[in-house]
Ligand binder design. Sequence first.
Ligand SMILES: Cc1cc2nc3c(=O)[nH]c(=O)nc-3n(C[C@H](O)[C@H](O)[C@H](O)COP(=O)(O)OP(=O)(O)OC[C@H]3O[C@@H](n4cnc5c(N)ncnc54)[C@H](O)[C@@H]3O)c2cc1C
Ligand code: FES
Length: 1238
Amino acid sequence: MLFHYSANACLLPICSLYGAAVTTVEGVGSTKTRVHPVQERLAKCHGSQCGFCTPGMVMSIYTLLRNHPEPTSEQMIAALAGNLCRCTGYRPILDACKTFCKESICCQRKTNEKCCLDQEDDLFDKEEKVSTRLFSTDEFQPLDPTQELIFPPELMRMAENQPKRTLFFHGERMTWISPVSLDELLDLKAAYPKAPLLVGNTSVAPLLVSSACNPHNLSLVKDILTNAMAEFPEEKTKVFSAVLQQLRTLGGEQIRNIASLGGNIISRKSTSDLNPILAASNCMLNLASRGRKQQIPLSDIFADEVGNNTITPEEILVSVHIPHSRKGEYVSAFRQAPRRENALPVTNAGMRVLFEEGTDTIKDLSIFYGGAVSTTVCAKQTCRILIGRHWNKQMLDEACRLVLKEIALPGSDNGEKVDYKKTLIVSFFYRFFLEVSQSLKTMDPCHYPGIPMEYRSVLQDFKTKMPQSIQIYQDTELSQSPQDPVGRPIMHQSGIKHATGEAIYVDDLPSVDGELFLAVVTSSRAHAKIVSIDTSEALKGPGVFDIVTAHDVPATNEFYYSNDPEIIFARNKVICVGQIVCAVVADSDDHAKQAAAKVKIEYEVLEPVILTIEEAIQHNSFFEPKRKLEQGNVDRAFETVDNIIEGEIRIGGQEHFYIETQSVLVVPKGEDNEMDVYVSTQHPAIIQEMVAASLGVPANRIMCHVKRVGGAFGGKLLKAGLLASVAAVAANKTSRAVRLILSRGDDMLITGGRHPFIGKYKVGFMNDGRIRAVDAKYYINGGCTPDESVLVAEVSLLKMDNAYKIPNLRCWAYACKTNLPSNTAFRGFGFPQSALVTETWITGVADKIGLSPEKIREINMYKENEQTHFKQKLDPQNLIRCWNECMEKSAYYSRKTAVNEFNKQNHWKKKGIAIVPMKFPFGLGKRYLSQAAALVHIYTDGSVLLTHGGIEMGQGIHTKMIQVASRELNIPMSCIHFCETSTTTVPNACASVGSAGTDVNGMAVKDACQTLLKRLQPIINKNPKGTWNDWIKEAFEQSVSLSATGYFRGYNENMDWEKGEGQPFTYFLYGAACSEVEINCLTGDHKNLRTDIVMDIGCSINPAVDIGQIEGAFVQGIGLYTMEELKYSPEGVLYTRGPDQYKIPAVCDIPEQFSVSLLSSSQNPYAIYASKGIGEAGLFLGCSVFFALRDAVTRVRNERGLKKTFALNSPLTAEQIRASCADDFTEMVIGSWEEGSV
Ligand SMILES: Cc1cc2nc3c(=O)[nH]c(=O)nc-3n(C[C@H](O)[C@H](O)[C@H](O)COP(=O)(O)OP(=O)(O)OC[C@H]3O[C@@H](n4cnc5c(N)ncnc54)[C@H](O)[C@@H]3O)c2cc1C
Ligand code: FES
């Protein structure tokens, strides 16, 4: 029997693969042989942007199809639950998946509402020709299972014929033994009791003696239980059902495929989702050691509350007996995690009750919790006391109080709030109480009333369904030549290569002779003097070549772009945890890292240590200049308004979480100080400048090359420059090539992210909702060096008005200097924070005067040609169009009525809906920042090589540039190639930032192509019927130059901060988003039900790429505003350093219905082909989910008569939602209802 399993390569010990065939993405298909349908469809459905996650997506889908050639959408969603993508927002990936599913891809809502397909019909009736097709399924190859790779016959023969024999693998530090029988395993365990038994290896690292062969993984357990559910009557399968429920969300499919039940149980981790339910259900463990067998209740292994005793090191768990449930027995499992799927639980529980026959008298009760202390715990005393009680309200009250007393949680753990866990502990029991009460009614409706109708919905957990989506864009004119690709949804130029794994990123570059690997040594103190650095032990490590410090920097170690420096290596003192102090170079990545861990640094702590914005204010610690904007007469306006509100909102930072971490390969060329720098950056010119300056060589010796970047989002600018300088200094010192690929943990620790933000506001307004005055102060946490913090603060001021006219306004912005890692640019650049502050006080105004937030938004929205608060003119016509269209497309008012109706009928679940407008100004503030250049060569065979200064980081810029060149030169895209961005071909290129890449580089490409065409025109005129190749041949023979540069001077932008006025922007994008959510008031969990976005992006050059940008940014916005939480220790150490602690949105987080419409008939005279730069704007619209959640919470609070004014911070996590929905349970934990309301 053959099984196909997807697995994480990093978790799978190679020795465990003996006898298995491994298929990687390269084996699935390639452009040289045959591209597999999965690869083809992912690419053609636009499912790859930067492409770094794409091989993982391919393998998950491919594996599923090998096992189920016609999967259900449920199986497809489950298969992708363990994959992360930071670019796409998952929708296009799921679109590709749907093409393999048997079911209809329509939204299935035909009965009560309009189906998505009908909507499309309606759209075509309108005058403007719009399209909803981003790809054509006709182009797809069919999936033919007979064409798949076969299992290698030699392995088949080996399995069938060879006698089984014990395998030994000896490594540097460990021995791996794979025994062939249980007896042999028991002997080995008797001989080496301390050696771990490696099964899935998901919980330990390979250490010493191990045994592996794991067909008994959790996926198999899932299948076995599913089959048993079908086989036995419901009454007998309640335990199976509860275990299955936990298994559905435990890890992702890749984890379940290799993790074993035994490993999960025996590890006894507090986060085990299985132990609480297995223990509560009286499961038995069958254990064996040499000469001895025993059966013990699973609950015994937690009897001492630390989970340490009972099983001896020699014992092996042979099997687990999961019992049938009995008549009168009820079993349930619960969990709450930071993300619904693929995330370890915050708290979970397993509960079981058995009643005296035919009664509601408790005969046996079992309650186990996970996540509370260091292992699974049992509330045994509570259970003992409750035996004999009736299942009623009194019992519930007592149970909650008892359980809270019994399960003692430690004070505070890794920044997690204990109150939330306690609230969950009682809320889970209450949920169990409701479930059982309802089941009692089903059993005996005459005696048991069950639970009120409006309580029932909370018994259903949120489930992830295959999202339905629709994308609407204006079609090209019929008159447009079919060969002209502009305006069409063209596939990403590298899409297929992303999907086959052929696309090359920095770490894929083949090793260079003598290459060294670099590992950084970072500071463990936030502010301290470096007393000494002891490298002696590190230098003795195997393969270690050298250690590089500030003393090895030949020229510049500190870069002064403002008053405070950016620093390559800390010299005498450190100013944050994570600052690079020195670096080890060795012959392998492992050796470099092992040695780096041995460098000893002695510190002398310096005062003050400033970590928070409050501490920075207290110490007057700011980067200069502080900025202010003012218009009207704010003080006078406050005297005349009817109402004033004051408040504050905190917005947490955000990690870029580009899937490709910071990477650089520096290759000294051996003469004239020349160096090739291959780097993952958005700004090759700054890398060149910093590397040259650090080495003290002219920039013309440093050749910087960027093929593509696996995601950047603003994080690969200055930080990439510093890291490239570290590697270059090492390469210079050693005269060897040096490769530096940051681990995820180091990347998160060192490179900073989006600025944490505090917005304080005072708003004056009239009773009719007109806002007259705003006085605000913004503080951003810049971290330890300036980077672009002052610029971020400025942008936050310039964009603070969002979509509203505020006649009297005063706002200050301060960039705080603290001892956190330096924060940097991040998609949106201050706007997502400052506009959230604005939308927050908008809702505050609405609450105060009892109007809806959308009314306040409408009343104050820019309406006619007006001026911003810095006196720039704007025409808000398209803002209003987006708003109205979004209202209409989302059917806002009828859905709001439906939400009200739902909320009346549901007590513990509530829905919320919100619509938010957006004005996103486009511009970089200064002309020189938006200049751009391109270089176009035509070769004598007619092929064209194009390059420009923009960087491909997933946003499809090269695809768009080829579209531009294709239109201008009037040749097919297939004739045009893009190779790389390099400082050797386009010097001094500006950074690819601020959504400007396509705008400015597009102009330069157009210019270059027009120059060429002008030169060719006489030849074309002479031979109009000739072909492109004829003309090129002729041009060459006439000595016409076939190479041209193109240039764009940049936008005429300026801002006078002294006067507080200027034209810092060239044009405005507009948009609106409506989101609907449902919350579970007992856990704080929520589900994104539906989002409708309308966006004005002018005339899209490539609707597939642009819609992809909007969706990807929107989902990143959902992450920012509702999920992604950075946690630090009180000493400034970042706790959240990987995907297990820091949760970015996954498939389960995208709205169940997700529609994006591009506003039609929108023109933009300032940018290439009337388009608009779209990279960043969509992120802010993620806040529509934040406000929909706020709406739901408001409804809960109104129903419960809680305080009307309440504050919610970002991210609005489950913990905050739960605390804001104060009730009896939060009261039990915190003491009072209102305290519970934040
Ligand atoms: C990314 C990720 C996400 C995860 N998410 C979740 C989650 O959401 N919920 C959850 O509950 N868990 C989660 N886990 C944990 C995972 O379920 C466990 O690590 C896994 O089940 C352990 O099984 P294993 O086969 O990998 O054990 P191994 O790592 O191979 O072994 C673990 C330990 O158990 C011992 N052992 C294993 N089998 C036996 C046996 N038969 N007899 C005696 N000793 C034995 C070994 O000696 C070792 O000490 C996650 C893990 C990862 C890596
Ligand atoms: S395309 Fe998925 S991470 Fe970039």
